[in-house]
Design a protein around this ligand. Structure first.
Ligand SMILES: Nc1ncnc2c1ncn2[C@@H]1O[C@H](COP(=O)(O)OP(=O)(O)OP(=O)(O)O)[C@@H](O)[C@H]1O
Ligand SMILES: [Mg+2]
Length: 297
């Protein structure tokens, strides 16, 4: 079945690289967010991860591209090259973290909501990927006739069961402390669990961090052996805050995890010797071509 193949995408073995896909999208020049917030929240007794940026946001057309596989028309802006090229990162990243995702976005012209949900696809017995999306042009939830079925499906299958709850999430995009009025908010629920049923993230150990507990870490390294140069495990392997602090050579966007800013470390400056190399993973192109052909599933 098509979505069975899609969601077993092995691109991200490590959960932080899945999170990095969402961060990269906000960092890229077509979005140019200045701030990126990562939080854990509880909606209707369910643990959720939220990712929010104050970039340019999406309209209906770009929301369709975001939720569909293989569309990317990113280009360099003022000489800044985009990180994203394959049109796959959001899907593989979000579906690595949980089974279901909802995206709220405000752009200059419109606000829109879209859902990529494995639970929804299973429940409706979908044979192909259906992504309910709707846009609204005014502050109240008045949707176009052709968008009504999408709104109903989102109310029925997402944790947000009333129009007011959806509006509250949309309005969270332009909080008083953000510098802009546009942006995107992604909420992921049905977070991935380990074989023992525990969440793969620890939200308790440090209330300003999101960590991978050592049992989960051990289980993952058994399944996907990591090259072990020494017995020392770098903090960036299990702490999202440490991981984000070294994510970019040129940090241009502030990352805020659970209300506290991440202090960027300029890795290149801390090394005695540095050399620049440009790496383009060509094998991925053939992987995605194969991956996108439904017959291979
Ligand atoms: N936070 C965001 N704000 C606005 N647009 C976004 C955001 N995230 C994704 N998009 C849009 O969705 C599209 C698809 O994103 P996705 O990460 O799946 O692919 P990509 O970034 O183009 O390529 P790659 O697979 O290399 O990451 C992007 O090209 C961009 O237009
Ligand atoms: Mg991307």
């Amino acid at each position: 079945m098509l979505h069975g193949c899609l969601f077993s995408n092995p691109t991200h073995t490590w959960p932080f690289s899945a999170i990095a896909e969402l961060i990269d999208n906000a960092y890229d020049p077509d979005v140019s967010a200045k701030q990126f917030w990562i939080d854990k929240t509880v909606v209707k007794d369910q643990d959720c991860l939220t990712f929010m940026d104050n970039g340019y946001g999406l309209d209906l057309r770009t929301m369709h591209k975001m939720l569909s596989f293989g569309y990317s028309d990113k280009t360099a802006v003022n000489g800044v090259q985009p990180i994203g090229i394959y049109g796959n990162g959001f899907k593989s990243g979000s579906m690595r973290l949980g089974k279901d995702a909802i995206v709220f976005s405000k752009s200059k012209s419109t606000s829109c909501v879209g859902m990529l949900s494995q639970t929804y696809l299973e429940k409706i017995g979908a044979e192909q990927i259906i992504v309910p999306i709707f846009s609204l042009t005014s502050a109240i939830l008045s949707v176009r006739e052709e968008d009504k079925a999408s709104l109903q499906d989102i109310l029925r299958y997402s944790p947000f069961t009333t129009q007011e709850e959806l509006l509250t999430e949309l309005n969270a995009i332009s909080p008083p402390w953000s510098t802009g009025k546009t942006g995107t908010r992604i909420i992921i629920w049905n977070l991935r669990r380990t074989s023992t049923g525990a969440l793969e993230f620890d939200f308790e150990k440090d209330r300003y961090d999101i960590q991978i507990p050592s049992e989960v870490y051990d289980e993952m390294t058994d399944t996907f052996p990591q090259p072990q140069l020494s017995s020392h495990i770098p903090k960036s392997t299990y702490s999202l805050r440490a991981y984000c602090s070294i994510l970019y050579l040129k940090p241009q966007m502030q990352i805020i995890i659970r209300g506290q800013k991440v202090k960027s470390q300029l890795v290149a400056k801390s090394l005695a010797w540095t050399r620049k190399d440009h790496y383009k993973p060509n094998f991925l192109v053939s992987f995605y071509h194969k991956f996108l052909v439904p017959d291979t599933c």
